[in-house]
Design a protein around this ligand. Structure first.
Ligand code: BTN
Length: 258
């Protein structure tokens, strides 16, 4: 791919897709392809994973029937603009799930930064992993797991699946929606130049603004009121101080309101 094609907005035809019956992890396969010189814009899907990974090193149970998909992006944007990419990914997954969910299903929302919830229960997890490559290039893998038919029974947070809400979509059909929605979201994101448009869409789809939340950081937890996100996509948390705290990464938990 030459410099010019890397710098224009992607269209649906710019992406390739390889489907597997089983892989350890679609994210690992994407990273291996990047190390072997793949130019990126490659989707890898698997019907099941034997070593699916979640955030913070947690396993992601990956039985057949759910969607396991990863997108390899190489030199997708300058590194300082990558922090807004999770929001664009959330918008894409929300669009794909919206298209297959019955109209009378509970609310479909995004929880900061990019969990997709149905009726406040997690139905999709997204794991972004990056790695430097020889020659100064940079690989970024967007891994997406959607509970289509099954959900984990030992999760530490409320979970659901699409099938619980009357959707009979196959992982393949949902992937076709995701493929198109991601191309559109990446075009809107425009290598990070379109962050304002992405933030605006994200704000319309998010839940919990104004509510009391706890944010788990690697070394501590902070509670406060969720004020929304700033123009860079950082979570703004009102902890009672003079101005809200801006948080770049963490796990959000909603608290029950009286
Ligand atoms: C989370 O913990 O919320 C993120 C879960 C991400 C799981 C997906 S499934 C497809 C891809 N391959 C992996 O090993 N993980 C991601």
């Amino acid at each position: 791919m030459n410099r010019q094609s890397r710098e224009r907005r992607p269209s649906h035809d710019d992406f390739r897709h390889e489907a597997f019956e089983a892989l350890a992890s679609t994210n690992s396969e994407c990273l291996a392809r990047a190390r072997a010189g793949d130019p990126g814009n490659l989707w890898i899907t698997a019907a099941r994973q034997t070593g699916g990974r979640g955030r913070r090193g947690r396993p992601w149970v990956s039985e057949p029937g759910n969607l396991y998909a990863s997108l390899l992006l190489v030199d997708v944007a300058p590194l300082e603009r990558l922090s807004s990419l999770p929001l664009a990914v959330a918008v894409a997954v929300h669009d794909a799930v919206r298209a297959v969910l019955p109209l009378d299903a509970p609310a479909l929302d995004i929880k900061w930064p990019n969990d997709i919830l149905i009726g406040r229960r997690k139905t999709c997890g997204i794991l972004l992993e990056g790695e430097g490559l020889p020659g100064g290039r940079h690989a970024l893998v967007v891994g997406i797991g959607v509970n289509v038919k099954a959900k984990p029974d030992d999760a530490a947070y409320p979970v659901t699946s699409l099938s619980e809400h009357g959707t009979s979509v196959s992982p393949e059909e949902l992937f076709a929606r995701l493929y198109a929605a991601m191309a559109d979201a990446l075009a809107l994101w425009d290598r990070g130049e379109g962050i304002a448009a992405v933030v605006e869409r994200w704000r319309r789809l998010a839940c919990g603004v104004g509510e009391k939340i706890t944010v788990n950081l690697p070394d501590r937890s902070i509670s406060g009121h969720f004020c929304g996100i700033d123009d860079k996509g950082m979570l703004m948390l009102d902890t009672g101080g003079a101005s809200p705290l801006a948080i770049a990464a963490g796990d959000v938990f909603f608290q029950k309101t009286e």
